[in-house]
Structures are given as structure tokens and as C-alpha cells.
Design a protein around this ligand. Sequence first.
Ligand SMILES: NC(=O)c1ccc[n+]([C@@H]2O[C@H](COP(=O)([O-])OP(=O)(O)OC[C@H]3O[C@@H](n4cnc5c(N)ncnc54)[C@H](O)[C@@H]3O)[C@@H](O)[C@H]2O)c1
Length: 372
Amino acid sequence: MHIGCPKEIKPQEFRVGLTPNAAREAAGHGHHVTVEAGAGAGAGFTDADYVAAGAAIVETAAEVFASADMIVKVKEPQPVERKMLREGQILFTYLHLAPDPEQTKDLMASGATCIAYETVTDERGGLPLLAPMSEVAGRLAPQVGAWTMQKANGGRGVLMGGVPGVGPARVLVIGGGVVGTHAAKIAAGMGADVTVLDRSLPRLRYLDDVFGGQFKNGYASAGNTIELARAADLIIGAVLIPGAAAPKLISKAQLSDLKPGAALVDVAIDQGGCFETSKATTHQDPIYDVDGIMHYCVANMPGAVARTSTIALGNATMPFMLALADKGWRKACEDDPHLLNGLNVHAGMLTYYAVGKALGIDVMSPTLALKS
Ligand SMILES: NC(=O)c1ccc[n+]([C@@H]2O[C@H](COP(=O)([O-])OP(=O)(O)OC[C@H]3O[C@@H](n4cnc5c(N)ncnc54)[C@H](O)[C@@H]3O)[C@@H](O)[C@H]2O)c1
């Protein structure tokens, strides 16, 4: 198969869909890999790295799209990229179609077979191609929270780990899933006094069993949440209710209950945010002040560490990418129902029910798509 990897063109996107190591594996399986010049630069990979891995470098995205049977990317294709897709071509990338009718319409019109990272599943009911980015955002949250707490950034001027004779920062993590667990591990590793709240008792049991010695946990009742929030120097929002906007767990009125200069890091901002006063920010201008409380609400946190994020994403996508290339999309999806769950668009039809419901578009069953 011809596998193509263009340079990402969405503003502030520095990741790349194929790492040199993934390119090497694909070439080792006998596939032709074509990468656009400079595609890996934002993640610290040179064209020479790809050539050494067995890939060919071409100057333009148009050449990549023209020659590839399968396009591997990170972000949803932008309008100019969507025009270059063609019937029968495979697109393997993040799509997030539910809130994006324009993209959905264009992908259907292209006739391409589009497999979305975010809806591929695993045997434990997880989302294996979203998890690496949650791990990155979770581990980054205490790092940016520690920075936000610094005096020059408007924070309380509290050091995460304290020093001998001075107690550590108190960190409250709301939501103990992938983001919350990784955030808590890192915050505890920095020496902070950490509590994680969740509403799932099985999750709390897991956190207690595995991390009981490293951080505390508690049930996320409204009363418990505000009581612990009052005592916190840093609060990390990491909740998710699948398919729904994030619940608002701290209201604007409650900001006056918090310590002056406390830091709120709202990782759930991509689902609308879990603090009433959250609004999305960028890496260029990440923090703002509401009533003396510092808010960090960057919607694309993994972009700050593009190299780590690219490699983490590449490790997770590689087995699926190789299966698609080795077997073709039909056989790969027939053999793996979790990969079939990633099928969102095929030959002009939408094939993912939740997107169809959100956009009011008829859906063809993915199993029927396998036979079409
Ligand atoms: N900003 C970014 O760059 C970025 C990157 C990755 C993930 N995210 C977002 O981070 C959020 C968390 O993702 P995740 O992968 O950890 O999800 P997850 O499903 O692994 O964990 C979410 C947890 O929230 C808990 N929860 C739900 N409602 C709650 C409530 N009211 N109070 C307390 N806990 C509650 C759930 O029980 C679950 O354990 C999501 O909104 C995700 O989109 C953002």
C-alpha cells in the first residue's frame, strides 16, 4: 500500500501523523511511505530521519494526497485537504465530526473511507487512541498549575513541594479517570498534598488500591468538592461524562470561597469546561484572572509537548495503521470490531450513529459498509 503523511496545517499544530519509527515499520512490511517535506519538524523529526526509515520525501501535500492509498494525519482535514481526498482513499486521523457538519459533508462528498482515531475502542471499553493524549494532558496539568501558582503569573506564590519547614501545596483533582490519575501521580511526585475526587465508586476503589499511599481520594459530592476546593492552592478539573458537556463543579459565586490567587487548571475545557468561569485559551496566552483566581484553560494541552505527544500517539496508532495497510480497510475492520468502531464515513455514507444523531444525517451500519 502507498501510505502518505502530509504536514499538519491547522494553526498551532506541531504534531505529525507518522513518526520515523512508524514509517520504518510500514516500510518493513513492504509498504511505500511518502512524507511531506518538513512534516516532522514541529515534533523534532528531520526529513533525513524519515529517509533513513525508508520513506520518500515529497515537496507538497498535493503529491502526498495524489499518491497515497491511505493518508495518516493527526488533526481533522482542513477544507483545502478535504478537496484532495478521493474515492476509495483511506483517511486515518482524529475527525470529531459530531460538532462539524461542514467537514462531515465534505468527507461524505469525497467518497473516501474515513476512520476516526477518537471512536476506535478497546476490549475494556476504553478509547485507546484518545488515552495517550489524556495521559499527556494529565501529566502536564500539575506542571502548568505549578507555573500558574507563581507570583509573577498572578498566583499565590506557593511552591508545589514546599521546603523543609514549609508545607507543600494542596492540590485537588476533580475526576479520577485517565487525566486525573496522571495529574495526581505527577503532583504527588512533585511533593504536593493531593486529593482526587470522583463519582464512580469502582474508580475510587481502584485509586485507593493502587495509589493509596501516594494521594488521598474522596467522593465528589457538591459539599465535599467545595470544602476541599476552599483549602486548595491548585484545582485541576478532569471530569468527563461521555457524550455530554462537562458539569459545572465550581460556580462564579463560589470563586470568593477559594484562596486568593488559587489556580484552576480546567483540562475538561474541550468539553466546555468544569468551572463556570472557564473559557478556552491558547498556549500563547494561557491564563487569565477572574475575581483574583487564576484560570488555565488551554484546549489543546498536548500541543505544548508536540514531540512526546507525537510519539505517544504514534505508539497507539501504529498497530491499527499496520493492520489497515497490510490487510486493506475491509479485512482489517472485519477482523477487529474495535477498529470497525472507528469507521465514520465510507463511500459517501455516514457510518457512525452518534454523529448521525448529532447532525440529523442517515447512517449506514458499519457492518453493511464492509459489504458495500
Ligand atoms: N485540554 C486538553 O488538551 C485535553 C486533553 C485530553 C483530554 N482532555 C479532556 O479531559 C477530560 C477528562 O478526560 P479523561 O480521558 O480523563 O476521561 P475519563 O473518562 O478517563 O475520566 C473522567 C472521570 O470523570 C469522572 N466524573 C464524571 N463526572 C464527575 C463529577 N461530576 N465529579 C467527579 N468526577 C466525575 C468519571 O467517573 C471518570 O472517572 C475530558 O473532558 C477530555 O476531553 C482535555
